[in-house]
Design a protein around this ligand. Structure first.
Ligand SMILES: [Zn+2]
Ligand SMILES: [Zn+2]
Length: 323
């Protein structure tokens, strides 16, 4: 083993003593060639408070430390590209200043310091659409989705209330069979078991409280006018999916034949009678009928007919027509 190799062995040995199982070192003939470690933010022992992480891979050159190692950041979680780019440039600077000296531990610390500063999930809370600001109370679910505590509490309370209302619409004998309310993730529907009483104590998202009061701007008025024009155009073409429709259900099931057919009616009929059939089938199974008889409500979909796509207002003859 050369002196240079001995120095590297010494440095890596020290690193392993500190990081223990958290670092994986690949060796060839006992000489370290590369190492990999998943870097988490510094939160003491509180792993629950770690919302981001990144894997740092360092490939040592034969001349290391007299030449810079190759450093790769991979599998970032909860970190946006700006943060990663910033870490990359800091690594580059650190490497160029540290030629000839051991740098591995400092590299890991540099990454850790950066992700500790960014220990907030990037993106928005899907419930309120505000981001996560420093100081916001938010929750990481087991499915790795993030919500403000305040928002998730409102969502779960509303969900439970809706469930209760649906149950009370049923006759007594059906209520007993109605499934129990179960909290689910608003994003992926994984089962949640949150303490709503605790969550709802959290203040609203900081960004929402800093938001200036709403007022209708000229830009919004223009947007409304534009959308109204689009709506009118769609109505004229018979393609509106919306309230106040007295025609056939806007969501209908089509069959392959419809794609070629020019005579409509068949599946329009199918969807109307299918709606009734679905309700009857629901009643047979002891399931609640469609909560409202709104056209196009999900329960209005006929049973056992494979879903083949949307059709505007059950007017297939017009669907493929010229615009
Ligand atoms: Zn929110
Ligand atoms: Zn989820």
């Amino acid at each position: 083993m050369t002196t240079a190799e001995e120095r590297v062995c010494e440095e890596i040995g020290a690193l392993e003593a500190i990081l223990m199982d958290d670092v994986v070192v690949r060796r060839v003939d006992n000489v370290p060639k590369s190492l990999e470690t998943v870097v988490h933010p510094s939160t003491g022992d509180d792993t629950e408070q770690q919302y981001v992480c990144v894997t740092l891979e360092v490939k040592l050159t034969p001349e290391y430390p007299d030449s810079s190692p190759v450093v790769i950041l991979k599998n970032p979680r909860g970190l946006d590209d700006c943060v990663l780019a910033s870490i990359h440039s800091q690594i580059f600077e650190k490497l160029s200043k540290s030629l000839g000296q051991p740098v591995l531990f400092e590299l890991i610390e540099l990454v850790r310091e950066n992700i500790t500063k960014s220990n907030l999930p990037s993106g928005q809370c899907v419930i309120c659409l505000y981001g996560f600001a420093n100081g916001d109370a938010f929750i990481k679910t087991q499915c790795y989705h993030y919500f403000h505590n305040h928002c998730l509490a409102s969502h779960l309370i509303a969900g439970k209330k809706y469930h209760q209302e649906e149950r009370e619409k049923l006759p007594n004998w059906q209520q007993a069979q109605f499934p129990q309310y179960q909290q689910t993730c608003p994003v992926c529907r994984s089962v949640l078991n949150c303490d709503v009483e605790v969550l709802k104590k959290a203040p609203p998202p900081i960004d929402s409280t800093n938001e200036p009061p709403f007022h209708l701007t000229d830009k919004m008025k223009q947007l409304q006018a534009d959308m109204a024009a689009i709506l009118a155009r769609q109505r004229a073409k018979g393609g509106v999916v919306g309230s106040g429709d007295s025609g056939p259900p806007p969501l209908t099931i089509t069959t392959p034949a419809d794609n070629n057919a020019t005579t409509p009616s068949r599946h329009v009929q199918a969807s109307i009678s299918g709606q009734g059939a679905a309700k009857e089938a629901g009643a047979r199974n002891g399931l609640p009928a469609s909560p409202d008889d709104a056209p196009g409500s999900p329960t209005a979909r006929p049973e056992k007919v494979p879903y083949r796509g949307f059709n505007r207002r059950g007017k297939p003859g017009r669907r493929r027509g010229p615009r």
